[in-house]
Design a binder for this molecule. Structure first.
Ligand code: SF4
Length: 491
């Protein structure tokens, strides 16, 4: 049975993730969710698995369909992005029309929360809700068994060994088993919804299938190749009201041994030198983090980055990260205004975490500060406090985005009357958000200053091509008068 995993085509370079997705003109992450699914499919005996990343391979829709036809899959699973939902729905429709006998499905935040609507809009056969790993494997096993049973029936009926199922017969045996995280319309046209799935033990999952991608195509600014990413925990225990969260509130981490094993395998088998931990908050558990760092210390020549919250990092952690090869940490600072942080339910007082952030800065780790602008309570002085904080911390880089009230978040419920939402065409934004230009203003006032530019000459010497490319993007965006219609990240 041939199984195809697909990151659909788009007109520009984007990063599609289960959580929010974004334009990324100067870097690209591997399709990590699909790589974990590829590993699951490889556990099903008799599956031939292929992953097509149309973004990395820069495939147009037509070129993608040619590649899909050439592979001729029995099962296709596509990731779908929130911000590019219209595009992804349109492409899945084309795919299903092209492959009537194949079982075609998708997963992502919107499909999981709007299962019926997604099935109706795309004509797809199934939607996976929540963490797709185990549901997908069960679906493949059921499909394989159903096809085998159908095949035996055809052979028995015709008395000919090897008599094959027609496309129509295959389609009839192709309905998923139902339940277990799979939503679909049954043979009577009745909608069968799916429960949102969580996986209780990440240690029981296989490592991401690193053989499914070409590592030279991916990277992050100022990192080299071969590059990859890992996900070592799922869910996030914190309470930020705007957050889609990857999979839910319950925090489920893999053990330190499992994490070190996955990284070591990738380093040994694929010569990985650069990587990033994509966990929402890699530093959420200090004990686990210190164990992971102790394990990674044994690997030489690696350079990696991770994500942290201001209240989950300090000087001791920074020192351990550095010893383990971490060179950059992305910290969700979000705002320099306590009023805005409280509105966003960040759950800490700036005065209690600021010294910790300074300790990390003194450790010599590179720090990228993420900021959110444009929340309904943000006034000019709150915005100014954020810029002042970024400058005080002398962050290597800042990445700024405008607050989006994503569907199925606490913020969405809170601001319901102040939000314009439609699923198709996808639109989800505050009715009144007079501050969308603040992203560009933040970048302009942070980056386009003589002191910042002088400080970055070292980067230019070490990474001339990447620095010039990234600088051009920053300048282009910082001087743009209007925000990109889709969310855009420069780091
Ligand atoms: S720390 Fe907040 S924003 Fe980050 S993943 Fe957790 S809940 Fe979401």
């Amino acid at each position: 049975m041939k199984v195809l995993l697909i990151n659909p085509p788009y007109a520009s370079q984007i990063i599609r993730r289960y959580v929010c997705s974004y334009n990324a003109p100067n870097f690209l992450f591997p399709p990590l969710e699909l790589m974990y699914l590829s590993a699951q499919a490889r556990l099903v005996a008799g599956c031939e698995v292929k992953l097509i990343d149309c973004i990395a391979e820069r495939l147009s829709p037509e070129e993608t369909l040619d590649a899909v036809r050439a592979f001729n899959p029995d099962v296709v699973l596509s990731i779908m992005a929130i911000e590019y939902f219209d595009n992804d729905v349109g492409f899945l429709k084309l795919l299903k029309r092209d492959l009537p006998a194949a079982l075609v499905g998708c997963f992502g935040h919107l499909p999981g929360n709007y299962q019926r609507e997604t099935l109706e809009a795309t004509g797809a056969d199934f939607v996976l809700a929540g963490e797709p790993d185990l549901s997908f494997r069960r679906l493949l096993e059921d499909h394989m068994a159903a096809n085998d049973a159908g095949q035996s029936a055809v052979e028995a009926e015709w008395g000919v060994e090897g008599a094959t199922l027609s496309a129509g017969d295959k389609a009839k045996t192709a309905m998923p088993a139902g339940g277990d995280g799979v939503a679909y319309f049954d043979e009577n046209g009745v909608f069968v919804p799916a429960e949102f799935q969580r996986i209780e033990s990440l240690d029981s999952l296989p490592y991401a299938d690193q053989s499914a991608i070409d590592h030279s195509r991916y990277g992050e600014p100022f990192f080299g190749h071969p590059y990859t990413t890992f996900l070592t925990s799922r869910g996030c225990p914190f309470s930020c009201n705007y957050c889609v969260r990857s999979y839910g509130r319950k925090y489920i981490p893999a053990s330190a041994d499992h994490v070190v094993g996955e990284v070591t395998t990738a380093v040994n088998n694929h010569d990985i030198k650069y990587f990033r931990f994509m966990d929402d908050t890699f530093t959420a558990s200090k004990r686990r983090l210190l164990e992971i760092c102790a394990g990674l210390e044994k690997l030489e020549g690696i350079s990696w980055s991770c994500l942290a919250r201001p209240n989950t990092i300090d000087g001791e952690i920074a020192a351990a990260l550095k010893r383990a090869g971490c060179t950059r940490v992305y910290v969700g600072i979000e705002s320099g205004s306590q009023k805005v942080l409280d509105y966003l339910k960040r759950g800490y007082k700036l005065e209690n975490v600021i010294e910790n952030i300074h300790e990390v800065r003194r450790s010599g780790l590179e720090m990228v500060g993420w900021f959110i602008v444009g929340s309904p309570v943000e006034e000019r002085e709150d915005f100014e406090q954020s810029i002042r904080l970024a400058r005080d911390l002398k962050l290597e880089f800042v990445a700024v985005s405008t607050l989006v009230p994503y569907p199925n978040t606490e913020l969405y419920e809170l601001e319901k009357d102040n939000i314009e939402f439609s699923l198709l065409p996808y639109k989800c934004e505050f009715k009144e958000q007079a501050t969308t230009e603040r992203e560009a203003e933040f970048y302009r006032r942070y980056y386009l200053t003589p002191s910042f530019i002088a400080g970055k000459l070292g980067h230019l010497a070490r990474h001339p091509a990447e620095t010039l490319k990234a600088s051009a993007e920053f300048v282009r965006y910082a001087v743009a008068s209007k925000r990109d219609p889709n969310r855009r990240d420069l780091l």
